[in-house]
Design a protein around this ligand. Structure first.
Ligand code: NOJ
Length: 758
């Protein structure tokens, strides 16, 4: 490899130096970094630990002068919120042409559910239970992002979430740690590809470490109190899975756990992450999280905040500027060892080296590649495919669905003609992209024999304050100038003239996501009123739900003939929904998060324990509510199809599971309906008696299987000792001998069980 002077010469001559075959694994990496670090001043080293936002402006990219200066001074290691080949090139030039050591910048961005081609919000996508397609979404997102100048995404978000008041449930994969771990690993593989340094890949960042989903009261940024067993069993597994899948970076969460902010928690960032899991990458704080140690009452001033966060193991400081300002002095004063600075700098330089940036700092900023890749037809195809697989059919009375491709369909509701909200909450770069709206999708897929009539019915929100607040943050919500009464009349007229009504109801996309907690998680009251009025026309009503979180849907479930959860599906939303409504695709999605009866049940998940007074509706002193069931309205794993499936009792090859041996559970699945379709067959276990009480069900396997009408298949699941393990009283990860139940079914509620011993 050429030395730095060679690199500079190469750039001056306009020659793009080629990367070695596998830069990440090159034996030359260490000597190269040793040599580079030997030249770096303390301030230059600290610069590598600093990340600032470049703030893409609405009208185009702008560089705020102070960041430009900091880059030119060699005081910045990474920039986020900057993309496009031209803009990243422009910023990179400052780093490699103006600074003494020419160390390239790392460009990061929140590429969460697609870059320009937008896929379903992660919670929605997880309902596909299709790991390879989720991996493919992440691969495509990486291909588009990396062609657009980016090196690094702040994803996947793997926070287990059982509190739908918390708006960020939309960003994760739901309530279950086992499924969440599989999805975390798939997404990491998707983003990063099979080796570092591919120009169609980006570094992934697993976040938010840890237990952010358990923020008290579902209020964003709030504290978390949690015992170590719950933390390790329920909240950490997806992080560990991401580390095992080779994730390059990690982001500590905003929240504290038991009084210690995650950003400055050595137990999380050193003991568990580095010592136990052997994480080799680097940790970047969340946005100004280092500075937030001060208002949290954990650090007295900026210097202390920097010292506590850095020494705990947060290598890079996003946006607070406190490392840049304080770390050099802290080292001089002996409060931060130089060796720790060197360690963190090395981690970041290694990431840059593996990306091949020292060979060619512009290798990701390539206009031609961007033109060929971004929004390409295969990416649209995939978006449509993963979107229709993410849709969950919650109710379908009298087989009102699928719709016929004839007659008149009234499409009513504030989200019917909406191309912005259906992109979902983390679709920043996708904002300017053409989206297929519901109306467009229905017209395209329905064809010539269907007459589609449309009325908005109501504005999305009737709460003035919320409307204004969301718009202040760029929601772009509009109001129909005609006023409520006229809109209502039009909707009812349109409904009366149709054979069937499809209603597009839901949240604005900005009602979920970050800083979007709600105490009442229902459809806005005026949307509910419209549904009742439309139903009163006597027409069959199909309600499509657009939302980023579980909603309380008791009324809608009673009133609507069919209820379809469509989340926010992204660029191809309209086509995907139309495919499902017309039966071109038979829905197969299953919830990965419970939909409660009401807010008072929260937090709610299928992973309940029995308690010493198990629920019995007939016995007073048992664990229950007087006014609601314990179980949610729509449980984890639930979702209907246009056909029906029968799943047999599970059969075991042997009654005893022995360590080191393959233990097989077999079931027959039959498509007993008249349409081809897919079913997600789920396997749960229960350890009946243990030294630590165990949940009544834990997911330990699933298969998504396609069956033609009338077809029957045998499915075989493998169980191992690993599937039986938990943290015992001494916090050892063990499987205890005894009797276990194994349950197989098509949701966490509908299962058939048998027993085995270990
Ligand atoms: C704050 C969010 O918590 C985090 O998820 C995101 O990656 C950063 N902002 C950067 O945008």
């Amino acid at each position: 490899m050429r030395g730095l002077s060679g690199l500079v010469l190469g750039l001056v001559m306009g020659v793009a130096a080629r990367a070695a075959a596998a830069p990440g694994d090159s034996p030359k990496m260490k000597p190269f970094i040793d040599q580079l670090m030997a030249k770096m001043t303390l301030q230059e080293k600290v610069g590598q630990l600093v990340q600032y936002s470049a703030d893409m402006a609405v009208t185009g990219a702008t560089i705020r002068a102070d960041y430009q200066n900091e880059i030119e001074k060699g005081q910045v290691g990474s920039i986020f919120n900057a993309y496009t080949p031209a803009f990243t090139r422009q910023l990179q030039r400052l780093a490699v042409e103006k600074t003494r050591l020419k160390i390239p910048l790392l460009f990061a961005y929140d590429v969460i559910h697609g870059h320009k081609t937008i896929f379903p919000i992660p919670l929605g996508e997880s309902a596909s239970w299709d790991l390879s397609l989720m991996e493919k979404s992440a691969r495509i997102a990486a291909a588009e992002a990396s062609a657009d100048g980016l090196h690094w995404t702040f994803a996947p978000m793997v926070d287990i979430a059982r509190d739908p008041r918390w708006g960020r449930v939309s960003e994760g994969a739901g309530e279950d740690p086992w499924l969440g771990s599989k999805i975390a690993a798939a997404r990491v593989r998707g983003f990063q590809g099979d080796r570092p340094g591919r120009t169609d890949s980006v570094l992934a960042c697993v976040k938010h470490y840890a237990a952010y989903g358990a923020a008290r009261g579902g209020r964003d940024y709030n504290i978390v109190s949690m015992g170590e067993r719950e933390l390790r069993e329920d909240y950490l597994p997806p992080f560990r899975a991401a580390v095992e899948a080779g994730v390059a970076t990690l982001m500590p969460s905003f929240n504290e756990i038991n009084g210690i902010p995650a950003t400055a928690d050595p137990m999380l960032l050193q003991k568990i992450l580095r010592e136990e899991w052997k994480f080799q990458g680097f940790a970047v704080s969340d946005y100004t999280a280092v500075e937030e140690l001060i208002p949290a009452g954990f650090a007295a001033d900026g210097a202390e905040a920097a010292r506590l966060a850095f020494r705990a193991g947060t290598d890079m400081d996003m946006q607070s500027g406190l490392y840049q300002k304080n770390l050099p002095n802290l080292v001089r004063q002996g409060k931060v060892p130089m060796a720790e600075v060197d360690r963190s700098v090395r981690r970041i330089l290694e990431a840059k080296y593996r990306l091949g940036l020292f060979q060619d700092p512009y290798r990701f900023s390539n206009e031609d590649r961007a033109k060929g890749v971004i929004l390409s037809p295969p990416h649209q195809e995939h978006a449509r495919e993963i979107s229709r697989r993410s849709i969950v059919l919650l109710k379908n009375a009298n087989s009102v669905l699928p719709l016929k491709k004839q007659g008149t369909i009234a499409v009513i509701g504030p989200l019917a003609d909406d191309g912005l909200n259906i992109l979902g909450n983390w679709s920043a770069a996708g904002r300017g992209t053409k989206t297929v709206t519901l109306l467009e999708g229905l017209r395209q897929v329905g064809g010539e024999n269907v007459r589609i009539v449309h009325a908005r019915g109501v504005d999305l929100l009737d709460d003035e304050v919320l409307h204004q607040t969301l718009n202040e943050h760029g929601a772009g919500l509009t109001k129909d100038p005609r006023g409520a009464e006229e809109m209502r009349r039009e909707a009812l007229r349109v409904a009366r003239g149709a054979d069937v009504v499809v209603m597009a109801l839901g949240e604005a996309e900005s009602m979920s996501g970050e800083a979007a907690s709600r105490t009442v998680i229902r459809l806005p009251a005026h949307q509910q009123a419209l549904l009742r009025d439309v139903k009163a026309t006597g027409k069959p009503v199909v309600v499509l739900l657009f939302n980023g979180r579980p909603l309380v849907l008791g009324m809608e479930n009673e009133v609507a003939d069919a209820l379809v959860e469509t989340w926010f599906l992204g660029t191809q939303a309209g086509n995907a929904i139309a495919d499902v409504l017309f039966g071109d695709y038979n829905p197969s999605g299953k919830l990965t998060i419970s939909f409660p009866y009401n807010e008072g049940q929260i937090p709610v998940s299928y992973l309940d324990k029995s308690t010493g007074r198990p629920m019995n509706p007939k016995v007073k002193y048992t664990t229950k509510y007087l006014d609601a069931p314990n179980e949610p309205l729509f449980p984890f794993g639930y979702g209907l199809s246009y056909t029906s499936f029968e799943i047999s009792e599970p059969r075991l090859d042997s009654e005893r599971l022995k360590a080191g041996q393959r233990f097989k559970v077999r079931v027959d699945v039959t498509n007993t309906g008249s349409r081809d379709g897919e079913e997600v067959v789920q396997l749960y276990i229960r350890d009946l008696v243990a030294t630590v009480t165990r949940p009544m069900k834990q997911l330990r396997g699933f298969r998504k299987v396609f069956l033609k009408a009338g077809e029957k298949k045998e499915l075989v699941f493998d169980l191992s000792v690993e599937d039986l393990k938990f943290y015992d009283q001494k916090m050892r990860w063990v499987a205890e001998p005894g009797t276990f139940q194994v349950m197989v079914g098509n949701s966490s509620r509908d299962v058939k069980a048998t027993e085995f011993r270990f």
